[in-house]
Design a protein around this ligand. Structure first.
Ligand SMILES: Nc1ncnc2c1ncn2[C@@H]1O[C@H](COP(=O)(O)OP(=O)(O)OP(=O)(O)O)[C@@H](O)[C@H]1O
Ligand SMILES: [Mg+2]
Length: 399
């Protein structure tokens, strides 16, 4: 019997049935793995749903095949983290690799870690790692460095070339000067300092386009410390593969005509999440029609409506009327899908609104919209929509 299970996977972090493109990005990562002294770490960045999480997952086996260890986590919940929480995070992640390693008590004492019973065997589990953090004298930086040095000493015995620390949603890391807590700077200082001492510990941070400016704001040396890999929408050819390969692999009679594929590519704007979303719908409709022996067409309008409800409406409904007015103005700029300036927005609003926006008001509102995750400001002071195809969605609302 033909396989009917829908292969497409629209969902944050869900591995697609076929990961299209991203060859350049994988190659760049492979080159970073060749470094003997780590001069460059990786920042993998891009809009929501462009495929950062699944690419990061794909890099893991590449690293492991090259004798690198891989530890990491999702930092979605770390907005209010303090320095100790970052230390806990690193100890937790490292412990997964080190907890079976027995360390002799002599060695633990030399690094300042006191044991109750001098003769008892110790493994480098979470408790041991964290007590190194707690018992090392000095600043958080000294403490965290001690943990990583001990862990690396223990792990470097085998063929291991180094350790990748992979953190997803890293745009959530932040310093809090009011609370006198600098977890982001701590992380950067720690890796910079250990890399200078030739320890092969590499950061692979993933996040929204706000990530890199945030790193540079915390520590200007981040500018030189990271290689930025910017994930963008897929090329037309890769879109076609993302659409057709899973259908081919499903080994049933379903076929998509070229026009249908072109329609999906156009609707998706090449964004992987939208490809999965649209294809999941199309697959169901086409399979049904196939059962009835009829040809099907891509139900553009219905899918668009579903996408609007499922993906965009929630974000749009959290805005005020005046914010919507401003975003509607932006959506009518010819360059709204790339980047736009405050000045352009103000001018457009004069053209189309009875009550136009002034510069300072626009500025303020864009800051609020950034905090809501709808726009972001890049390093050159220009703004972009933070959600792919948002301009098109807004223009649909205006009809
Ligand atoms: N190269 C690709 N080819 C086909 N589908 C892909 C590709 N990359 C990602 N996808 C699909 O796109 C969707 C979004 O992927 P993912 O969750 O990795 O994006 P993200 O950039 O991490 O999003 P977010 O910013 O929300 O965390 C998933 O359904 C995934 O299966
Ligand atoms: Mg993600």
């Amino acid at each position: 019997m033909a396989k009917r299970t829908n292969p497409f996977r629209p969902g944050a972090g869900h591995q697609p049935p076929y990961l299209a493109g991203r060859e350049t990005e994988k190659r760049v990562f492979g080159e970073l793995l060749e470094q003997r002294t780590i001069l460059e770490n990786m920042v993998l960045t891009g809009l929501r749903g462009v495929g950062k999480t699944v690419l990061l997952e794909t890099l893991k086996p590449i690293a492991e095949a090259n004798d690198w260890l891989w530890v990491g986590a999702d930092l979605s919940e770390t907005t209010s983290a303090d320095e100790e929480k970052i230390a806990i995070r690193l100890c937790t992640d490292l412990a997964l690799k080190t907890s079976n390693i027995v360390i002799d008590t002599e060695r633990t004492r030399t690094i300042g870690f006191e044991t109750d019973e001098a003769t008892r065997e110790h493994t480098l589990n979470y408790e041991t790692l964290f007590s190194i953090y707690e018992q090392t004298p000095g600043l958080s930086l000294d403490k965290l460095k001690a943990v990583l040095e001990v862990a690396w000493q223990a792990l470097s015995k085998d063929r291991v070339r180094g350790i990748i620390f992979a953190y997803d949603e890293a745009q959530n890391l932040a310093d809090h000067s009011k609370k006198d807590q600098f977890p982001l700077s701590l992380l950067l200082d720690t890796f910079q300092s250990l890399q200078r001492k030739n320890l092969p510990l590499m950061l692979a941070l993933t996040g929204l386009p706000t990530l890199f400016p945030k790193l540079v704001e915390a520590r200007t040396f981040s500018e030189r410390m990271f290689h930025i890999v910017l994930l963008e929408s897929l090329t037309k050819e890769d879109c076609r593969k993302a659409i057709l390969q899973p259908i081919k692999d499903a080994k049933n009679a379903l076929r998509l005509r070229k026009e249908s594929v072109d329609t999906i590519v156009e609707m998706s704007g090449g964004y992987p999440y939208f490809i999965q979303f649209i294809c999941k719908e199309v697959y169901d409709v086409f399979i049904q029609r196939l059962d009835k022996g009829r040809e099907a067409q891509v139900p553009v309008h219905e899918i668009e409506q579903k996408l609007d409800t499922d993906f965009f409406a929630g974000r749009w409904s959290r805005t005020t009327d005046r914010q919507r007015d401003l975003m509607s103005v932006i959506a009518q700029l010819p360059n709204c899908d790339t980047e736009f300036t405050v000045q352009e927005t103000v001018e457009k609003s004069r053209e189309i609104l009875e009550k136009p926006f002034g510069s300072s008001q626009t500025n303020q509102m864009l800051v609020a919209l950034s905090n809501q995750g709808l726009v972001f400001k890049n390093r050159h002071g220009k703004y972009s929509f933070a959600v792919p195809l948002l301009g098109r969605y807004i223009r649909r609302q205006l009809k």
